[in-house]
Design a protein around this ligand. Structure first.
Ligand code: CMC
Length: 428
């Protein structure tokens, strides 16, 4: 196995490069010595063929529509597990025992409050600030409040900052919502589950008891599981790249949140529901399908297509089932969901989508559930960020603990002017 090699011939000269094998999935050609030996770089904008790291967290087989966390299929985790359990699994590599889960939940619960001074931070934002703008700012600001856990060379600091990030994210997201609607912030209630606590901090008010709907709590927890990690996606790679310079974890996760916000990534859930509202009724679907196929029209079907999945996104399968469960539990009948179902059917039967292997992704159905629960569209990506924090943190920890870790520093194909002399202003 160690002898597998790839050969590269450039202008008649041939070099050998080792081939590395993972536990499953495509092998990789180790080109770390390519530049040193040949004086050439590889060119791969968008990293379509580049493995940026070794990782043992999450595996995706995009052709088969498979997603595994530490080996466990996402469908099984969504069905039988909880977000706290999946968080433990991602961070520690194994499912917890009952005692380990109890201790982990207790630890997370004890970090849910925010430094009181951070509350005043919110008031600096406009009331109509996008929750993701607030999340970027407040999460980045955590590094100004928790100096006692920013020494990344200390495993204990890394452990505490990881727990703090996972624990405080629901409080931060709920407060972003409360600030927008002008209601008082609610402190966390440590007697509740991670997800129940988030729902209460978001929708509860101090004037009365908040009753957590069990079906909503279960669905929300499942949505968090579905978003927990997704190997080396854009925001995770951003976190890793930021972390590779030695930046503190709060700053790295803030960078991940910024990257997630874009409509090609986590921002697609908000964009998708807005698109479904714009389509409005099923009779208008063909017009939007034609627009999505038109090369001269920038419109794309949001919630459709994926860099890695060339098959149905397994998260979308669970999401679609969860929509029905939530609608049944809440007695909701949302015409937007019907439009989504018909849009999916029409797109999947269309040659353009078939040829390009474009299938619904996790964001296609999440908006329907989240709005049935009561979230405004602007909160959708903030919820994605809340859940993805565990993946970011686990990936960041994996990177920092890797003895071979070096600063990420891509090269380029330079196409600008070659060296020339400065021209004084009067001669230009
Ligand atoms: N609607 C119409 N055409 C599409 C779509 C779409 N949603 N997605 C891809 N295509 C076409 C694209 O025009 C291109 O055609 P051609 O080969 O003729 O130029 C081809 O399919 C390949 O697309 P690409 O943009 O080269 O593929 P990519 O891997 O760079 O992009 C993507 C992946 C997710 C950015 C893209 O599919 C997209 O923009 N989808 C809509 C946004 C979306 O739903 N994003 C959420 C992703 S899942 C959540 C997450 O993990 O972030």
């Amino acid at each position: 196995m160690a002898d597998k090699k790839a050969q590269l011939t450039i202008e008649g000269e041939t070099w050998d490069f080792p081939i590395m094998e993972g536990s499953t999935g495509p092998d990789v050609v180790d080109i770390r010595k390519l530049y040193g030996q040949t004086g050439k770089f590889t060119f791969d904008p968008g990293y379509k063929s580049t493995a940026s790291c070794e990782s043992s967290l999450t595996y995706i087989d995009g052709n088969k529509g498979v997603l595994l966390h530490r080996g466990y299929p996402i469908g099984q985790l969504a069905e039988h597990s909880s977000f706290m359990e999946v968080s433990y699994l991602l961070l520690n590599g194994e499912l917890p025992s009952a005692d380990e889960l109890y201790d982990f939940e207790n630890t997370i619960t004890r970090h849910t409050m925010l430094h009181e001074q951070l509350m005043t931070f919110y008031r600096g934002f406009r009331r109509d600030a996008h929750p993701m703008a607030i999340m970027c700012g407040v999460v980045g600001a955590l590094s100004a409040f928790y100096h006692d856990s920013t020494d990344i060379s200390d495993p204990e600091h890394r452990r505490i900052s990881s727990h703090r990030l996972i624990a405080k994210m629901p409080t931060i997201a709920a407060m972003a919502y409360k600030y927008a609607v002008g209601q008082p912030f609610l402190y966390p209630d440590n007697s509740l589950s991670y997800t129940g606590n988030f729902l209460r901090m978001t929708f509860g008010v101090p004037a009365e008891e908040y009753e957590i709907h069990p079906a909503v709590e279960k669905a929300m927890d499942r949505i968090f599981i579905l978003h927990a990690d997704h190997e080396q996606n854009a925001s995770t790679s951003t976190v890793r790249l930021a972390g590779s310079s030695g930046a503190n974890p709060f700053a790295c996760i803030a960078a991940g949140i910024a990257c997630l916000w874009g409509p090609a990534h986590g921002g697609a859930n908000e964009a998708c529901l807005n698109m479904l509202h714009e389509i409005g009724t099923p009779d208008r679907i063909p017009h939007y399908i034609e627009r999505a196929k038109d090369k001269n029209d920038p419109f794309r079907l949001m919630g459709f297509g994926h860099r890695v999945y060339k098959n149905y996104d397994p998260r979308a399968t669970v999401m679609q089932k969860t929509v029905r469960e939530v609608f049944d539990a809440l007695g909701v009948n949302d015409p937007v969901f019907e439009t989504a179902l018909q849009l999916e059917e029409m797109a999947l039967n269309d040659d353009y989508f078939k040829e390009k292997k474009l299938f619904p992704n996790v964001d296609f159905y999440s908006g329907a559930i989240l709005s049935a629960i009561g979230f405004p569209t602007t909160m959708f990506t903030a919820l994605f960020a809340l859940a993805r924090t565990v993946g970011w943190v686990a990936q960041w920890n994996e990177m920092i603990s890797d003895p071979g870790q070096v600063i990420g520093r891509p090269r380029q194909l330079y196409t600008g002017p070659t060296q020339r002399d400065y021209v004084p202003l009067e001669k230009r």
